[in-house]
Design a protein around this ligand. Structure first.
Ligand SMILES: Cc1ncc(COP(=O)(O)O)c(C=O)c1O
Length: 369
């Protein structure tokens, strides 16, 4: 099958680029002697996760219990559920723990630690748990400079129903950077904060088996990870316009695109309608800190085209200059690099895997919660 035969909108995965992105990250991890535990929420497919892991023993990261269940059933038995656990999910987490060699949870609240311990005691389970640390993103995690954070680690370490696995952070503030130099600075901070906190825990007699960090921008530009056990980037498999805008990658390296059809021309207002709206591209505005006049994706080879307005299924493109409508006849196809590939991918029930113009495979991602 050729790309032109696909019904639109469709989600395309460029296989050679995907493989290159995966190989490059594996090579970076190897070069810096750090384990790679890819976050698979970007694609949620067993096919890509298998390409990403280095060997049978290496693990993956997920963001929902439904993902954990799907990947466990697909043969993965070393998974970190990298979202803070809550009491209403403990029974499912316990059940999954029993099915895998390694299943790690994380938390940053004393109350949650107490609830987990109680659940473990009442149900004779021992959970493997990371203490989530805030390295500057301020989304979740304990403040590493506070004594109460050390005390929470101590509580995890001394609990009979918890195995203290170590400390984990996500430098999501790397997405606020403007270029590679700024990302490199955040990557150093991410490492330093974690290594220093682990040292502090050691001074209190608390052993950190694993120190886990990771975001795609910092994984791409970190000068090194001395003292760090593992990295957990995810988006790097596809990349996207956001990553290209902040200089994590070049736009040409992006391995995911939304295929869309030109539906209508409106020369009087210099606009074209496409069949990719918010349910294909998502409403992620992209790197608005770099350009307030945001667009909903890039059209490679046509930098003057701007997807400036989207509703549920409709997308409107305008041009910085008058659009050469003859180059985009009605029914012709465009490939759009989404602002945020993880969100766009999550909107499609299947991915079309392409090599050049040929559709070579079809992958079914897991869906639901
Ligand atoms: C806890 C955690 N770890 C790792 C990642 C992967 O980061 P990225 O999406 O930048 O690859 C994320 C992404 O949000 C995350 O929330």
């Amino acid at each position: 099958m050729k790309i032109e035969e696909l019904k639109t909108p469709a989600f395309l995965v460029d296989l050679p680029k995907l493989k290159t992105n995966i190989r490059n990250m594996q090579a970076r991890a190897r070069m810096h002697d750090v384990r790679l535990r890819p976050h698979v929420k970007t694609h949620k497919t067993a096919e890509i996760a298998r390409m990403q892991i280095q060997d049978e023993a290496s693990g993956i990261t997920v963001s929902t219990l439904a993902e954990a269940r799907f990947f466990q059933k697909s043969g993965f038995d070393n998974i970190t559920y990298a979202f803070p656990i809550t009491p209403n999910k403990m029974a499912e987490a316990a059940e999954l723990s029993g099915r895998m060699k390694q299943f790690h949870l994380l938390l940053d609240q004393r109350e949650t630690a107490r609830a987990l311990e109680t659940y473990g005691r009442d149900n004779s389970v021992c959970f493997s748990v990371f203490l989530k640390v805030d390295c500057g993103y301020h989304r979740a995690g304990v403040n590493p400079s506070k004594l109460e954070s050390v005390q929470l680690a101590e509580k995890l370490q001394t609990s009979k129903h918890i195995q203290f696995k170590g400390i984990l952070t996500h430098a999501g503030h790397s997405y606020h950077c403007r270029n590679r130099e700024e990302i490199t600075r955040i990557a150093k901070l991410e490492r330093d904060v974690m290594v220093e906190f682990a040292d502090r825990l050691k001074q209190h007699g608390l052993a950190c088996e694993t120190i886990s960090v990771g975001s795609t921008p910092t994984a791409i530009h970190a000068p090194g990870w001395q003292g760090i056990s593992e990295i957990r980037p995810g988006n790097y498999a596809f990349f996207d316009k956001f990553q290209a805008d902040i200089e994590s990658c070049a736009l040409e390296e992006t391995a995911a695109a939304v295929l869309t059809t030109v539906v209508a021309h409106y020369p009087q207002r210099n606009q074209m309608l496409i069949d990719a709206g918010a349910l294909a591209l998502s409403k992620d505005p992209g790197a608005v800190h770099l350009d307030e006049e945001f667009v909903y994706g890039a059209v490679p080879g046509n930098p003057l085209l701007k997807i400036f307005n989207i509703s549920q299924e409709h997308g409107l493109i305008t041009g910085q200059a008058p659009i050469a409508f003859n180059n985009f006849p009605l029914g012709s196809l465009l490939q759009i690099i989404p602002n945020h590939s993880c969100l766009s991918a999550a909107l499609f029930p299947k991915y079309h895997v392409v090599e050049g113009n040929r559709v070579v495979d079809e992958w079914q991602p897991m869906r639901g919660w």
